[in-house]
Structures are given as C-alpha cells and as structure tokens.
Write a new protein. Sequence first.
Length: 262
Amino acid sequence: MEQNSPLFVTNSVDAHWVVADYVKELRTIKSDYEVAKIEAVAKLTSSVVRSTLDMVKTGTTVGETFQVPFKYHQEDLDKFKESHDRTQNAVWPADYSYMPHSVVKADSVIGKGANVDIAIFKLDGYAAECERTFFTEEPSEEAKEYFNIMMEARKIMLDMLRPGVKASSIEEKVMDYLESRGVADKVLHRPGHGLGLNNHEDPTISRGNDNLLTENMVISVEPGLYVKGLGGFRHSDSVLITSDGYRILTEGPTELEDLILG
C-alpha cells in the first residue's frame, strides 16, 4: 500500500477517527424488497390481533391470548421459513396496561378494560407491530374520554406523515394537543419509532430528532395515554411513508364502538 493512500497510517497518533451513521442511515430507508417483507409480517400481525379480539372476553387469561398465533395461525407462521425471531401476542389487562413497559403474568385475568392487545412479530428478519385498546364491557365515561383523546392524537400524527416533515415536529404537535387537553402527564413514551430489522430502530419520532421523514421509512404510530385505575389507551400500527403521504400496513378496528366486545 502506498504511503499517500488514505488507509495508510504511519503513526496511530496521527489517525483521526470519524464516527458516522452510514449503516443506521441505510437501514432507515427500506428497499422495495424490505417493504414487501415487512408487509407480509404486518398482514399476519393484523390477523392475530383480529383473532384475539374475536376470542377474548371478561375472564379470559393472558396465557390464552398468548396462544392465539399458534392456535389459529400456525399455518401462516410456517410460511416464514427462515426464522421466527419474535412471535409475541398477549393482552395487557387494565391492571397492567397503564404501565406500558410492564411484564404481564400469564395467569392474569382480563377484565372489562381498558385492555391493550399487543402483537409484535419479527419473522424472516423483519418486524411489524399492531396493537389495540379494547373493552369487554361498556366503558365508563372517563375511559371513553381518554380513548377519544388518544384517537385525536393519533389523527394529528397521521395527518403529518409525509416526506420532508421533521420527526421532532410530530411529537411537538401531538404533545401540544395533549397539553391543551390537560393529559400530558399521562404520556410515558414517544408517539412512534422505526421498524425494520428490529422492532425498535431509527427514526425515533421524538423531540430532539430533526431528521426528515423520507419515502420508504416504516414507523409505528402509537401515541398513548396511561391512567392508573383505568388502563392504557393506545393503538399501534406499522406505517409506510410513501412519496406523497403514508400507507398503513396493519389492519384492525380502531373506533370505540367496534372495540367494545361484550
């Protein structure tokens, strides 16, 4: 190697190392192949959520909801031949759902709500998630109010999704709304994050991240509120940023009247 080569270092003291995010940036923008893989996972994830909502009722255990992918969708899971890195579906009853990062016990019993079904899958190397807040009996007026505020925050976020929008501005606008409703103290996490090779990756949709949304990013949309004594209020969908907006990759009921299951 010649001495004038940029890779030739005669003295380690003279080396100047630069930390760059090349790999992270490459992962943030998905290829068409990757989008297709994520879509396939998102489709199965959506089906598992719908199956869970079909079978759950007051008195169902968390362990029963954990078995839904294997009991009703094993044939679909078998289509993903390469790897099943993560296959998680379970309902967080209201006693747990107000703590979004809690670990729920398998023998916990589901009450009237607010319950949150969480389906987070990573199959053949790619991830998607779908989550829904639901009730097995008629919710209180207070619970309905929190649900409706969550839904408006979700709409505000979705309306902002398009190339060129700062990630930070999304959380700022969502939080401005929640502050105006007096519930900002019920927020425990950012309204979204990237999805791809991992279930949580860039871009983080949070204040402090001024990176711009770009076509073929895949993110979660999940502004949430958490109220002790009532539960968690959060839908989550896997969403693709398109050339002129967005496309939701996961499917499931979102409106309150469709999520009162009793």
